[in-house]
Ligand binder design. Sequence first.
Ligand SMILES: CC(C)(COP(=O)(O)OP(=O)(O)OC[C@H]1O[C@@H](n2cnc3c(N)ncnc32)[C@H](O)[C@@H]1OP(=O)(O)O)[C@@H](O)C(=O)NCCC(=O)NCCSC(=O)CCC(=O)c1ccccc1C(=O)O
Length: 308
Amino acid sequence: MAAARNPSRTAPPTPRRDGFHLISNVPIDWDKPVPRLGTYAFRDITYSKSSVDAAARIAFDRAQVLHAFTPTTIREIQMALEDATDDPYVGVVILTSNIDAEQYTPAFCAGGDQTVRGDGGYQDGTEIAPKLRVLDLQIQMRRCPKPIVAQVRGYAIGGGHILHMVSDLTLASTNAVFGQTGPRMGSFDAGYGCTTAAALMGQKRARELWFLCKFYSAHEAQAMGMVNAVYKDDELDGETARWVRRMISNSPTALAGCKAALNAAQDGAAGISQMGGEITRLFYLSDESREGRDAFLEKRAPNFRSKL
Ligand SMILES: CC(C)(COP(=O)(O)OP(=O)(O)OC[C@H]1O[C@@H](n2cnc3c(N)ncnc32)[C@H](O)[C@@H]1OP(=O)(O)O)[C@@H](O)C(=O)NCCC(=O)NCCSC(=O)CCC(=O)c1ccccc1C(=O)O
């Protein structure tokens, strides 16, 4: 008698076979916020980690000005991001904002705080000279080997919009609104602000974004290619958790390699350096590489071929 066929051998192919829908969408349980790093106490952001879900959450905390950023805000994000990057336990970083919808219009970030915009850049009394510190943060985000997820509610405008574009993934609430305003505000970002827009949505749409300074709904932004997924506002935290949980269950080295490769074409020599750094780090783990170090320390000639 012929054996009964295993039904899984004949199951029709389905995208749901990836099991993504089976991952819990219970919002991430954050530990108590990290109030300070070293002697520095955060003022413009909150920084939290989850011991359960291996993620870090960096949130703008200036709701009264729609989370517009000053040099201090950016410096604080840089510090938190450095900590999250170096912490081997953290697998994914979420960049978002603290929403107080009872008092203030929801926003992810309304860009550079115009009240501290001086003639040569932004200066809130903490810079040696006025500068565009956010450009350094953009580079730090690109170099961070871990996925950065922008979780966007409300307005993501100007420099805030660029920070979501530079993030690896963007998950948006249905109430999110996206746009550049630079040419209406006497500003522009000829670096990642323009080049990332073109890479995400194509040249014509990127020119529309920057030349017209129109605003776009979450669904329009998704159709343009700059938002990965749109969720109802009350489902966004849970769905973000699902994306985070899938990524932290994947290989960190594979994710870092993919991020470096995806950055490489746009980032030129800096992109190759990021990619090369990953390769060198892995090479250090090999017998061949260790032979160079050991031979030096043992004051002998290296024999690399013996380690192949
Ligand atoms: C976002 C709005 C359309 C929302 O409008 P509305 O709901 O009516 O709210 P408002 O009443 O306007 O705002 C509430 C409250 O917030 C204050 N506020 C909002 N945005 C800013 C801001 N950017 N700076 C300072 N303050 C802000 C606003 O004044 C209100 O305060 P009150 O005390 O209640 O009056 C609308 O708010 C709006 O259009 N905002 C401006 C958005 C904008 O144009 N942002 C871009 C600024 S330029 C920039 O971001 C460049 C940044 C930069 O550093 C850079 C430079 C060069 C190269 C690269 C970069 C880079 O960013 O990467």
